[in-house]
Design a protein around this ligand. Structure first.
Ligand code: ZN
Length: 453
């Protein structure tokens, strides 16, 4: 007699948008086909999950895996393995730091082929908005882009130039016509140049660098971006908002009817500028880590519901780019897609009752991402008919994180030796275990391309 299901996850606490229930989850053909207590039937594979919580697979809407072209910085195999070890079941790769950058249909296809070869998890692909490529937005939309990303300041790589207001206006106008979202890195370029020149003349240390990227850069750029998005009636996604003041500007714009969503990153909720002073290069990112009061303010905005999504902004670089006497010259980017989500769950559980914390963080990690990027008919929730993407967590799994366990190409990150009460027990993509017992499951990568409906 043949089995009823491909997989049964038995006896877990299943976290859904409407609440947490004790239930089994049945999977067939990569989809969830049943959620309920003591499901009958047999399965090819059974996973015992009593004492564990299951949340919808984490969708990291913001990574830089740097392939094709800069595999020596990370690569899709390393990056997606690390993500899976951190509970991620899908990611959206940013258009830059890979070579060529994704700014037309040909470079889009090139990245898609690379990810189909080597990604352990499912993946979406961001297109880039840069000066002169507005005519390429439609072909990238047709190829399945999740949205278009633009920089309002220097991106750090020459081949991905910043978008001035003229480019943003033209790009947002076209994106709106195409029904697509534009994401911006919001730091004002003129202010960045001015503050950098002032501070670099005074010193090349970490404190001078921090002073060169004050929050005024973020706020000025957010004001510009929401104004243009409102005028062009374009959906705007503010990536890596680092300050409660920035979140408040977006909240005000929402009230005025602007279609804007706010992403922040684990590092702004877990670390402060004291950590970049202490750790140096592994904690250097743009915008920079902020004073302790801003970190707490960001948590308050998050708990008040003013933040929509969490993305890791995993942005690695080779060790030689993370070393320099001049702190300004060091690559800015935190490697965080493996440790960030579990640590954030840990922190959220320390702040609020478990069910509230898990439901809210799961919405930020998965359901809200899927809804914002029109993937919610297949991903983002634990519900019948959706892809069987699951992150199984042990919320009493206190352990100490170590950079030695990182699956990144370069084992650098800001969370070494940090205590974490949550352990990722298993990561399942479309019913197939990708990570369990501290290891990537054997077998060929089988990540699939995902695109908005
Ligand atoms: Zn980024």
């Amino acid at each position: 007699m043949s089995d009823t299901y491909d997989l049964l996850v038995r006896g877990a606490t299943v976290v859904t948008p409407s609440g947490a229930i004790s239930a089994d989850i049945a999977v067939a053909g990569g989809k969830i086909v049943g959620i309920g207590p003591a499901l009958s039937g047999t399965a090819k594979e059974t996973v015992g999950a009593s004492g564990r919580h299951v949340i919808a697979g984490i969708i990291d809407s913001h990574v830089h895996f740097n392939e094709p072209g800069r595999e020596n910085w990370e690569g899709l195999g390393h990056g997606s393995s690390a993500l899976a070890a951190g509970g991620g079941t899908a990611f959206f790769d940013m258009p830059l730091n890979s070579l060529p950058p994704v700014t037309d249909a040909a470079s889009f296809a090139f990245k898609r082929a690379a990810a189909e070869r080597s990604s352990r998890t499912d993946f979406g692909i961001w297109g880039g908005l840069v000066p002169g490529n507005v005519d390429q937005l439609e072909p990238m939309r047709d190829a399945g882009a999740v949205g278009f990303k633009a920089f309002m300041c220097n991106s750090g790589v020459d081949e991905f130039p910043l978008s001035d207001a003229t480019t943003l206006r033209a790009g947002m106008k076209r994106a709106a016509e195409l029904g697509m979202i534009v994401a911006v890195h919001a730091e004002d370029d003129a202010l960045a140049r001015m503050r950098t020149a002032e501070q670099h003349a005074r010193g090349t240390d970490v404190r001078s660098w921090l002073k060169s990227r004050p929050v005024e850069l973020e706020l000025a750029a957010i004001r510009t971006a929401v104004d243009i998005a409102g005028e062009m009636r374009c959906g705007l996604h503010l990536v890596h908002v680092s300050s409660p003041e920035g979140v408040a500007l977006a909240r005000d714009a929402k009230k005025r009817g602007v279609d804007v969503s706010v992403e922040t990153c684990p590092h702004y909720l877990l670390l402060t500028e004291a950590d970049v002073i202490r750790l140096g290069a592994p904690a250097k990112c743009f915008p920079p880590l902020r004073p302790a009061a801003m970190r707490l303010g960001l948590w308050a905005e998050l708990e008040a519901g003013a933040i929509d999504t969490i993305g890791s902004d995993h942005s690695p670089a080779p060790p030689e780019m993370k070393r320099a006497d001049d702190f300004f010259a060091i690559w800015g980017g935190i490697s965080g897609c493996q440790h960030g989500f579990e640590l954030l769950l840990s922190e959220a559980l320390a702040r609020r009752p478990a069910e509230i914390a898990l439901r809210h963080m799961s919405a930020l990690f998965s359901a809200n991402v899927a809804r914002r990027f029109r993937l919610d008919r297949t991903k983002g929730r634990l519900a019948e008919g959706l892809d069987a993407d699951m992150t199984i967590v042990d919320i009493a799994g206190e352990h100490t994180l170590s950079n030695g366990e990182l699956l990144y190409r370069h084992r650098q990150g800001p969370y070494d030796r940090r205590k974490c009460r949550v352990r990722i027990a298993r990561t399942i993509v479309r019913g197939r275990t990708v990570f369990a017992q501290g290891r990537i499951a054997p077998g060929a990568p089988s990540g699939q391309f995902i695109r908005p409906d």
